[in-house]
Each structure stands twice: as C-alpha cells, then as structure tokens.
Unconditional design. Structure first.
Length: 213
C-alpha cells in the first residue's frame, strides 16, 4: 500500500478541512509542512505537485489530488464518510451551506488576497488584515447561521454526525477568532462549534495541535 502524504500548512483552512476528514476516516498519513510565510509553496518542488502553488496536496491510493473540496468528495466516496445525505436535494442544500464559507468567504479571506488588500487599507499590515477579515467574514457567517435553521441540528450542522458543512465551518471559525471577528450573535454556529471541538477528529486537526515547534 502506498503511503498517504498530506502537504499542508498548519494555518491553512483548506488543509485544516483535510486533516479533519482524514481523522474521521481513520487514515494514517504523513504530514509534510509547506510554509506559506516562508514561501515554500512557490518553490519548483511544490509547484510541480500543484501548478497553482497552493495547499493542500494529498497523495493517497497511488494518486495525487489538489483542491480540498474535490479531495473531500473523493474521501467521502471511497471511505463512506457520510458527509452528505443520500437524498440528492438534501445533499444539494448541505453543499450550499458548506460553500457559503468554503467558496464565498474563504477565497476572499485567503491570506494572499487579504495581505494584498491590507496594503491599501493601512500602513500597518496587521491592522489592515484585521479590517479586511472583519469586513468579509461576518456576512458569510450570518448567512450560514440563517441557513442552519433549515437543518436538524443534533448537535452538528445537519444531524448527529459531522458533515461537509461542519468540516468547512470549523476552519473559518478559527480564522474568525484569530482576527477578532465578533461571532457572539450566531448561537447556532456556536453550538455546532462546541460539538465539533469535542470530537476527537476535529480536536486533533486543530492548528494548535499541528503547529510546528
């Protein structure tokens, strides 16, 4: 059997998603850090893995995959994780919930995008980054909170087991807290966060648990 290797960065939201899914699947993997701050993602070695120069990259089952949502779909299909309901309509609604953060909020709040915008907001890059995040994260979470009302929370986003939506939500909440975004007005989201934080697969995937020494 080929070794499973995850090329990731500890604070990457997309990498965080995959760590959760790999833990849920009980897949042992070797993590290879790609330091985005140091510019490792721009090296010829990493660009050869992913022409976009992004993380994560996952080597598994003799294949190499990029794009976290595509990889999550692969893992869900091949490992029967149950991340989506069997009913097509219910699955579409759950995908839409997950994509409110993974497709709409995350790309705008990617460090490379926010860092570029920060140069136009403030001479203090950290202040500019925080201003950007505090502008764009709350509307996405507000929409997520409203959409959650259409799902049976018990205690996760869509029932009694983690789903694609939970996997996409938790990294965004980590970023929200990192940038001092006020999420106190989202009680449904906070209840899901508590449930996920207590789940071993989520806890082990948290950036604080995989941060390089």
């Amino acid at each position: 059997m080929t070794e499973t290797i995850l090329y990731d960065y500890w604070r990457s939201s997309a990498s965080y998603r995959l760590r959760i899914a790999l833990n849920l699947a009980g897949i042992d993997y070797r993590a290879v850090p790609v330091d985005l701050v140091r510019g490792d993602h721009k090296t010829p070695a990493h660009v050869a893995r992913n022409p976009q120069g992004l993380v994560p990259v996952l080597d598994i089952d003799g294949q190499r995959f990029t794009q976290s949502l595509a990889i999550l779909d692969y893992l869900d299909t091949t490992r029967s994780l149950g991340l989506l309901p069997a009913d097509p309509a219910a699955a579409a609604h759950l995908r839409a919930l997950a994509q409110t953060v993974a497709v709409d909020v995350h790309p705008v709040c990617n460090v490379s995008v926010a860092g570029f915008a920060a140069t136009y907001i403030s001479q203090d890059r950290q202040h500019g980054m925080a201003t950007w995040m505090q502008r764009f994260i709350p509307p996405g979470l507000a929409a997520f909170e409203t959409l959650l009302a259409g799902f049976e929370q018990a205690p996760y986003c869509a029932g009694n087991a983690p789903s694609l939506a939970d996997i996409c939500l938790m990294p965004q909440l980590y970023n929200a807290r990192r940038w001092d975004v006020d999420i106190s007005e989202f009680p449904r989201i906070l209840a899901v966060e508590d449930a996920c934080a207590a789940h071993p697969a989520f806890a082990a995937a948290h950036p604080d648990q995989v941060r390089p020494d």
